[in-house]
Design a binder for this molecule. Sequence first.
Ligand SMILES: Cc1ncc(COP(=O)(O)O)c(C=O)c1O
Length: 383
Amino acid sequence: MADHNSWGFATRAIHAGQDPDPATGATIVPIYATSTYTQTAPGEHKGYEYSRSGNPTRTALETCLASLEGGEFGLAFASGLAASTAVLLTLRPGDEVLASADLYGGTFRLLERVFKPWGLRTRYTEDLTPVGFAQAMTPQTRLVWIESPTNPLLQVLDIAGIAEVAHRTGAKLAVDNTFASPALQQPLRLGADYVIHSTTKYLGGHSDVVGGAVIGAKALLEPVKFYQNAAGGTPGPFDCYLVLRGVKTLAVRMERHCANARVLADWLSHHPQVERVYYPGLPSFPGHEIARRQMRDFGGMISLRLKGGGAAARRFVTRTRLFSLAESLGGVESLVCHPATMTHASVPAEVRSARGVDEGLIRLSVGIEEVEDLRRDLVDALA
Ligand SMILES: Cc1ncc(COP(=O)(O)O)c(C=O)c1O
């Protein structure tokens, strides 16, 4: 296998783990549609026995994702939540997770409705500074779980600072890097222990596949790999191929996502009907300075509030035409979402509202269309 460590990011996205196929010379990694592998004698095989345990298309994806995150090892899963589940299963009943209060609704549901009955306690901190995390740590905290930027309020957390806090008491730090993608931010380099992805989003990039990944040091991921095989939440080879194909253009797509979002966030922040814009690239945004430090660019996600509150938000999300009203994010096409009734509906209303995810909040996933067309779509929806 070629040594990809000396390559730049865009080159690794296209080539890491993707050498020509050893059997045929196929330039693109084939979709190995096989559940099993013929052995020459009992226990003698070419590294693959059964496709839940390993599949060459999946290996290519896992190698590429590890390389993009600057990690030693990568594991692919059938969804982002399957990836999160495998990491959480390395903990034990009685252990504690400390999570940021602003979090994807499905992760909150997983922690509260699946892992809490199982015996894992999660505490949430509203203060997302390293000091806030330090104050919320207890001797039982084994894992700190954060997103940055967060879904949906796009708060930017000091990853290096929080890693230092977690490590002080021997806890690990897991960073869900779905919103930034490794093109903009590499949490392992900032001290994180696990990076989690919903590859459904920017990594896949075309809204045509659901998948997940965990990246980190090989020894730390050994138990996660065990659960990947033992519990079996693995992606099929066609899904791995789709993510791998998407990843090849990640670097250029992210440039355009960021450029479009920057224009729209700036324009929205001056619009008379807009009360507030949440975008880490705006110099006035509270997390801007941290984002400048730890991110290469500010991403393609924008949240906003209109002056007309919940009623205006509901009207707006049904009036856009290019921005489809849909869950998910990170694809080439623009999406608009009403988190309170969609992505965060699984968070109880009182908890959601207390955290600022109320009826008035709108979330945009800015695609890579012509920015002027996107702006006009928003103008029409606001009219
Ligand atoms: C930040 C974040 N993490 C994890 C997930 C879960 O990923 P999946 O839907 O692939 O299970 C999502 C899904 O929207 C997300 O936005």
